[in-house]
Design a binder for this molecule. Structure first.
Ligand code: ADE
Ligand code: ZN
Length: 348
């Protein structure tokens, strides 16, 4: 038994930084730093709408999800070759290993690239190669989740899934992202059914900007195992009860939520209330290059802003991240044991 009361708040930053953790909500295209965007633009002869790294960074002032997505899709236009996808993923994976991440389940948006004429094999092979190398070099377990863009049609999503089938064993699941409002989960019922039949895991963004009904819809129509964001669930008490009862994990992204104006400040984020309600919440980075920080930045800034969060909550968030991953039960038990040791050592 870990005596959480023996861990004072001033010991939390070091503990949060070094403890083992999983990241289950990271868009790899959202890890593309402005410096790498410019390097790839030059390497590939792609023209950018911004004259410098600084000018691009200055444009990162978002008013909502759509204002971010417009810039995010433009940034991804520099990715053309397998090596570009490798370089992007490798840059993230090096940071992830340094953050104490032992497992990462990485979202990628193939339609953003295939729409520009890039072959889906180029995308998947480049990303998968980086994941394999991270395992060899850092012992970091890294897997891919193929996301469908919800502003496009279900037919397009179905065609994308079929095109990805030669690489079926290089990704572990499917997700749903992009513009939430006006694109309810029910629009993608068939493609998620097809993914289930293929034995793929299923997750979806819901309740970020969209209403709590999109969370229930993702569970009922799409059969998802986790909800990405889900912070608006607190508007519906019956839904909260269901999420607690069914232990549906919520991959919460605090810095993202502030940058996209879901919450005015980190101090007003509902993470403490989500945990108090008994929800299986955890912290993730979403699009770290755009929102001002990677996973440890999210954890440290959130704990700094919210005095209600202490050692018990730190442990719960990290443990939830490991347990909600799609790794094997045996592997998860090993990581949780390592997490327990890191907290027990500080409490001793
Ligand atoms: N794609 C990248 N980041 C996203 C987010 N926060 N919500 C929906 N789609 C996204
Ligand atoms: Zn996201």
């Amino acid at each position: 038994m870990i005596d959480f009361d023996r861990i004072s708040r001033d010991r939390l930053p070091a503990l949060l930084r070094t403890a083992p953790k999983a990241e289950l909500h990271i868009h790899i295209e959202g890890s593309l730093e402005p410096e790498l965007i410019f390097r790839l633009a030059q390497r590939n002869g792609v023209a950018l709408a911004y004259p410098s790294v600084q000018a691009l960074r200055q444009a990162y002032a978002f008013t909502d999800l759509q204002s971010f997505l417009d810039i995010y899709y433009a940034g991804a236009s520099v990715l053309l070759h397998e090596e570009d996808f490798f370089d992007m993923a490798w840059a993230y994976l090096e940071k992830a290993a340094a953050d104490g991440i032992v497992r990462t389940e990485i979202f990628f948006d193939p339609q953003t690239h295939t729409a520009r004429g890039v072959d889906i094999g180029v995308v998947i092979r480049g990303l998968h190669h980086a994941c394999q190398r991270a395992h060899q070099e850092f012992g970091l377990s890294a897997e891919l989740i193929l996301c469908f863009l919800r502003h496009l049609s279900e037919e397009d999503a179905l065609a994308t899934l079929e095109a990805a089938l030669p690489y079926r064993h290089q990704f572990i699941g499917v997700g749903l992202d992009s513009s939430e409002r006006g694109h309810p989960p029910e629009k993608f019922t068939q493609v998620f059914q097809r993914a289930a039949a293929l034995g793929l895991h299923r997750v979806a963004h819901a309740g970020e900007e969209g209403p709590p009904a999109y969370i229930s819809g993702a569970l009922d129509a799409l059969g998802v195992e986790r909800i990405d964001h889900g912070v608006r669930c607190l508007e519906d008490a019956a839904l909260v009860q269901r999420l607690v009862r069914e232990r549906v994990a919520l991959t919460v992204c605090p810095l993202s939520n502030v940058k996209l104006c879901v919450f005015p400040t980190l101090a007003e984020h509902n993470l403490p209330r989500l945990l108090d309600a008994g929800l299986v919440a955890m912290v993730n980075s979403d699009d770290p290059a755009y929102f001002g920080g990677y996973l440890n930045d999210n954890l440290l800034q959130t704990f700094d802003a919210l005095a209600q969060l202490g050692a018990r909550q730190a442990y719960a968030l990290l443990r939830n991240s490991l347990e909600a991953s799609f790794a094997s039960t045996g592997q998860k038990a090993q990581w949780v044991a390592a997490l327990d040791r890191s907290f027990a050592d500080v409490a001793a």
